[in-house]
Design a protein around this ligand. Structure first.
Ligand code: NAP
Length: 311
C-alpha cells in the first residue's frame, strides 16, 4: 500500500511542533519537514519571559523540548528544504530533495525571515560583522563596538542581551518612539540612563550605508528629520527591523494578504485540506503563545480533515 501521511507539516517552529502534537494525538500519521533546526525564531531567542508556566525560559531549550515531545508521541521528522508543492486535489504532494511525500492534508508553518536593511553590499557583510541574530553572534563582539538597528521587541531584546558583553552599543531607530513592549522599553531606558552606560542612541536615524573593506568598520547614518549624515565606527551591526513571511513559493497558489496567509477560524486556507499556523499567518499578534494556539487548531482540524477524506 502506498505510504500516504494524514498530515504533512512544513516548518518546525512552535506552531508546526504544536500542530504535530495535536494531530498525532488525534490519531493522524504525521510527517514534519524542517529546513534547518527546529524552533525557528524562538530557538534564537535568549530569554523568554512571557510564555505561561515559565518565569524565564531559554528559547533553544523550549524548542528542543517541544521537538522531543512531538517525536516521542509519534511525529516523524525529516530535515530538508521543500523544492515544490502540489496542494490541490485529494492527495497533496510535498517534494523535498527530489523525494515526493504525499499527504491528505498539509499545514504551512514556515514562519518568517529577517528583513534586510536594503543597503548596498549588505549581503557581502553577513558573517563579516553584520548579523541578524544577536544571540547567535553576540559573543564574537565581546568588548567591541556594535550597533543595533530597530525599535521592536527583537531590537530592544538584543540591546539588553548585548550591552553587558560589548564595549559600546549604538541603538539606531528610525523614529523617537519604540514599538517594543513597555516592559522592555523601560528596561532599555534604565540601561541607557545608568551611570557609566555604554549605550548611545541615534533616534530618527536610518542606516544609509555600511563601510569596511573586508569586514564592517562603520555605518553612515542619516537623520530623517534634519537630513544630516554621521559616520560611526563599529565592529558589528545587528539588524532587527522585523520579518517577512516565508511565502514566496505560495504566491499565486494560496490567498495571501501583504504576503501573509489568509485563514479562516479553523486555520484552513482557501484550499481544502491546506492549513496554516504561526508567524506565516495574516494576524495581529505574533507570539509563541499565538503560534502554539494556531498549531493546536490546525493540527486538530487537519487530522479531522484527513479522517473525513479517507472515509
Ligand atoms: P517589529 O515588531 O516589526 O519591529 C520592527 C522594528 O524595526 C520597528 O521598530 C520598525 O520601526 C523598524 N523598522 C522596520 N523597517 C525598517 C527599516 N526599513 N529601516 C529601519 N527600521 C525599520 O519586529 P520584531 O522586533 O522582529 O518583532 C516581530 C514580532 O515578534 C513582533 O510581534 C514582536 O512582538 C515579536 N517578538 C516578541 C518577543 C517577546 O515577546 N519576547 C521577542 C521578539 C519578538 P517602526 O516602529 O517605526 O515601524
Amino acid at each position: 500500500m502506498e505510504n500516504i501521511y494524514d498530515v504533512i507539516i512544513i516548518g518546525g517552529g512552535p506552531a508546526g511542533l504544536t500542530a504535530g502534537i495535536y494531530a498525532v494525538r488525534a490519531g493522524a500519521k504525521v510527517l514534519l519537514i524542517e529546513k534547518a533546526g527546529v524552533g525557528g525564531q524562538v530557538a534564537i531567542t535568549n530569554n523568554i519571559v512571557n510564555y505561561p508556566g515559565f518565569k524565564s525560559v531559554d528559547g533553544f531549550a523550549l524548542s528542543q523540548s517541544m521537538f522531543e515531545q512531538a517525536t516521542a508521541l509519534g511525529v516523524e521528522a525529516i530535515f530538508g528544504t521543500v523544492d515544490a508543492l502540489k496542494l490541490d486535489g485529494r492527495e497533496k504532494e510535498v517534494i523535498v530533495g527530489g523525494v515526493t511525500y504525499k499527504g491528505y492534508s498539509v499545514i504551512l508553518s514556515m514562519g518568517a525571515y529577517s528583513r534586510g536593511l536594503g543597503v548596498e553590499n549588505e549581503k557581502n557583510y553577513i558573517g563579516k560583522g553584520l548579523s541578524y541574530c544577536a544571540v547567535c553572534d553576540g559573543a564574537f563582539f565581546r568588548n567591541k563596538t556594535v550597533a543595533v538597528i530597530g525599535g521592536g521587541n527583537t531590537a530592544l531584546g538584543d540591546v539588553v542581551y548585548l550591552a553587558p558583553l560589548v564595549k559600546k552599543l549604538y541603538l539606531v531607530h528610525r523614529r523617537q518612539g519604540f514599538r517594543a513592549d513597555e516592559a522592555v522599553v523601560n528596561e532599555v531606558e534604565e540601561l541607557i540612563h545608568a551611570e557609566n552606560s555604554n549605550i548611545e542612541t541615534r533616534l530618527d536615524c536610518v542606516v544609509e550605508s555600511i563601510s569596511g573593506e573586508n569586514a564592517v568598520d562603520g555605518l553612515v547614518l542619516r537623520n530623517v528629520v534634519s537630513g544630516e549624515t554621521e559616520k560611526i565606527a563599529v565592529d558589528g551591526v545587528f539588524v532587527a527591523i522585523g520579518r517577512n513571511p516565508n511565502t514566496e513559493m505560495l504566491d499565486g497558489i494560496i490567498n495571501l494578504n501583504n504576503g501573509y496567509i489568509s485563514v479562516g477560524a479553523n486555520m484552513e486556507t482557501n484550499i481544502s485540506g491546506v492549513f496554516a499556523a504561526g508567524d506565516i499567518v495574516d494576524k495581529n499578534l505574533r507570539q509563541i503563545t499565538t503560534a502554539v494556539s494556531d498549531g493546536a487548531i490546525a493540527g486538530t482540524n487537519s487530522a479531522m480533515y484527513a479522517k473525513k477524506i479517507k472515509g
